[in-house]
Ligand binder design. Sequence first.
Ligand code: AMP
Length: 227
Amino acid sequence: MVVRPLLRAVIMGPPGSGKGTVSTRIVQHFALKHLSSGDLLRDHLQRMTEIGVIANTYINQGQLIPDDIMTRVMLSELKKLHGYNWLLDGFPRTVPQADALDKTCQIDTVINLDVPFETIKQRLTARWIHPASGRVYNLEFNPPKTTGIDDITGEPLVQRDDDKPETVTKRLKAYEAQTKPVLDYYQKRGILESFSGTETNKIWPRVQVFLQTKLPEASQQEATIHR
Ligand code: AMP
């Protein structure tokens, strides 16, 4: 039986960089727990918890949730993952968040998806939805037959607030200003692994090869050292 230390990993990349897709593939292929700050906030939002109500305003404006709130929510979730390999997604996004995380545990590796902003803007603003059915169209890969109209009902399509050009630009600017220092922070520690490219399907195999050296495959039963 192979014995490996537990892996504490972070995945980073601008919104729309394919971070969600790569994270899903990591979880499918490797034995680890995935904790996404965005998913966690959306869950709070749906349940209308106190955190959810506060988060709503910031998310709709394309702004980051204040560090103290975000850190409290994430660190309390992380406690539940004690004894597992884990991958943080969307957290930390700022240096104060990285500092707070650092005080709780030692991060082993940071996977950085380095996708150009222009590629992301094109991707994100291409998405239109039919609100009643949840049908999603993409102007590049899966366009509606008539621009702006749902194929089935003939009703108008809308853009989610998150996908509107002004919101996307705001989010990318917030990312640039607040998250780049976090990348520098991890770079200085020598644990930043950057994967550059414009296509998720080309980035993913390289991430997979990298993680194969650090994690058991999802199907394998291996012992772990609890640090
Ligand atoms: P995401 O799905 O990761 O893009 O997150 C959606 C939104 O949740 C972001 O635009 C932020 O408003 C908020 N959010 C998620 N993670 C964080 C974080 N670590 N710090 C502050 N705000 C966050």
